[in-house]
Design a protein around this ligand. Sequence first.
Ligand code: ADP
Ligand code: MG
Length: 606
Amino acid sequence: KSASPATISAAKVQISRSKVSKNELRRIFSLAKPESWRLTGAILLLFVSSSISMAVPFALGKVIDLIYTTDTATMNSNINMVCGILLAIFTIGGICNFGRVYLMNMASQRITRNLREKVFRSIMIQETAFFDHNKTGELVNRLSTDTSVVSACVTTNISDGLRSLIMIGTGVSMMVYLSPILALVSLCVVPPVMIIAVFYGRYIRRMTTKTQDALADATQVAEERIGNIRTVKTFNKEEAEIKKYQEKMATVLDLASRQSLAMGLFYGMTGFSGNAIALIVLYTGGVMVSDNSLTVGSLASFLLYAAYIGVSISGISSFYTELNKGLGASTRLWELMDRQPVIPYSGGLIPPRDASGEIEFKSVSFSYPNRPEHLVLDDMNLYLKPGTVTAIVGSSGSGKTTLSYLLLGLHRPKTGAISLDSFRIEDLNVSWLRGAIGTVSQEPVLFSGTIRDNVLYGAPDGVQVGDDQVFEALKEANAFKFVTSDLPHGLDTFVGERGIMLSGGQKQRIAIARALIKNPQILLLDEATSALDAESEHLVHEALEKIMKGRTVLTIAHRLSTIKNADQIAVLDQGKVAEIGTYDTLMASELGVFRNLIKHQAFQQT
Ligand code: ADP
Ligand code: MG
């Protein structure tokens, strides 16, 4: 690619790997706000269930001391009582755990949903150029993975972290209560483990970002290839694509294996530390029991507390890891969600009347943001009188399609202005502008759904359109007959993903009906160059001729008859309108740009 890195980074959403600020923390936790009652409930239940868990070692120690000290009869009744009480408490604990897990997960799922809705919206409203820079796979990854990582971070992760904290807090207190000396001896292992956990957490955060990026890269390849499987197969590229995907996955695996190594080391070490505490307690405690300064029951309780704390410390460190993952993912989400589209999505002028269709391009210059040095249009001028047909001709790559994008406000001119009914189109509300223009593109894309869904896709939101209007549009588009008599379920026939179940000509005519359903004053046609069969060709052509009547039409013409019938022909060359006039005047002109084009470019003769 020849684009300079500076321009790409300007438009691309940057992934920053800087340190986390307080604001970022505040922002990620603000996501949990709407779920506050669920989360509060879950946390209350968490307190209850954790307290119960933490009472177990103490109770067990008491049972052991009972067994050791009393006579058989008292011992039996004591054991019965203690076990009865414990059973009741465990039951309550079980119920609390159920409630906690349910509420937490519900909160997490709901936060994920809200986030996904917002992120999807942020993606949808970006201007077209944004998508030249941001890969589909990357965006889809943010939508599906990052959102759930972030919501888990502020719900289940917080809950697990809190539980570990509670367990450590009570565990330490109980240990100190049971034997201050033993507590002091065993807890000296904790600080070094904590320090290592902090470094480990940072490392994991960095690695996660990298892994996610690599994964997005792989997803991108998979998505594009699966979506265009016919092209892959036509060129016998299955094995090549499999290999390419394997290479991408190798990068992911490489990163993941480094992460696994770190994880293994960390968990091995924390596990060892936990056991080391137990060993120290066993040794020191054994000595204390032998000189009667500690009961066997207390030692047993103490050991269990130590084990609980060992588990909780690894719980805290995985909490820290998840928090870091969540923060990494959230940074990427904020950048996307905060991005204001360069072309505003809402607002702008809504003229009181329908457009009359007077269009003017005044000294318009344009280059695509990723190739700023290449001026596609250079000081171009063109005037379209309402109700007339203007044919745009020019060699391939001369900027014809680009011209239509600019008229639709999908991109903005660098300099100069385009006006519709004497309003600058960048001042106009984009929905209004695009609502006034019916578009049939060169290779129309249909969406999966029925014929009716696809035709109605052209209708403005919230406007009720009946089947009779759909049929009307289909008739105008020469599609009525095939829809009603050739398709198995008429309007209710599913067209498959991207309309794959229809022929090229059928798809084109459905697309024409889709453009007509809103009865636009302006038509923007990119004539099909793809070789349709003669029959479809004729039907498409006839439909286009019909719908041009009475509208302002800008047609990118590939067909001699369209050119001959047009009110004016504009010849695009070197980013400018090199010649303009009717077919006869242009054929007779001195300059001969048009004549040359006609001679060298194969216009369809029909
Ligand atoms: P035409 O429709 O006349 O064949 P286009 O308007 O599609 O030509 O393209 C005009 C020029 O703009 C070409 O040189 C093409 O390479 C370039 N171009 C088109 N789309 C993009 C894009 N998204 N990013 C960068 N350059 C583009
Ligand atoms: Mg084109």
